[in-house]
Write a protein that binds this ligand. Sequence first.
Ligand code: C2E
Ligand code: MG
Ligand code: MG
Ligand code: MG
Length: 286
Amino acid sequence: RAKSLGGKRSEFFDQSMHTLAINRLLIENDLRLGILQQQFILHYQPIVCLASGQLVGVEALIRWQKAEKLVFPNDFIPIAEESGLIISLDLWVMAEACRTVKRWLATHPVSTMTVSINLSARLFALENLASHIQHILAETGINPQLVRLEITESMTMQDTERAIHVLKALKTMGLNLSIDDFGTGYSSLSYLHRFPADTLKIDRSFVLGLNESHESQQIVASIISLARNLNMKVIAEGTETLAHVQQLQQLQCDFAQGYYFSKPVPAQAIEHLLSSQHTYHLISPV
Ligand code: C2E
Ligand code: MG
Ligand code: MG
Ligand code: MG
């Protein structure tokens, strides 16, 4: 206990810090146990082509089935990152997502389908990242072209040269690459063209503002034209309403993902979509 500062305030501060630290430790312990007991599951959110309404892929999103409660990433990913546990979680996600998409396609051969997987900064920083991934690809026997890795801008900004090198290696292995939450990080546009990523995901915050602010519209339009110039595709995250869909169509955004189409759902629900060859009904832009 820090006595030197004295007074009630710092004592209170010490105690709340103490409580925070204990909470963290408790969650970290729970996480370890959760990993051992395989309490994690994946949900998958459809990604839809805005020209055809076709389901072109899904994003795998982790959930923690903790007793009766389903815990969402924001409540445990930060602690998993800090403790380093995120590395084993992410590797599990990758293997599980690959196995699942392989199983889907074995029974429902469709021409276009990819599974997107989020990489944490910790995983991305691993020295032997490419060989870890190669191992998972080999073990699950998946075609790497069915897999799309999502990285954020900030992950590439710490050591840009290394990031470019790693991304090139992953690309050479046949994987697809997306830049997630685009527009929110410290993006250095001067590096963007050197990343072998083929897709930008427009952050939800800009899509959410599409019908409210002219500014958001301009930002979305700029990201789309930037992507065009760099020969990249665009996915709009957080597409929640028909109005969003229509605006995005008008701006010639390629793909959309969001509650308007579907929340993230269990693997079986995606399998249903595939077996019924489900197409989303889109009306042409107003
Ligand atoms: P993200 O990669 O940007 O994923 C999109 C998030 O937006 C998901 O939240 C998804 O459920 C949510 N979302 C999708 N459409 C809508 C919409 O229309 N409206 C709103 N309000 N939200 C929408 P989720 O599943 O809670 O995941 C949050 C974040 O946690 C993800 O953001 C990603 O950064 C991280 N995450 C999720 N799964 C993994 C994982 O397996 N590994 C790692 N390292 N991070 C993960
Ligand atoms: Mg993502
Ligand atoms: Mg995102
Ligand atoms: Mg995000």
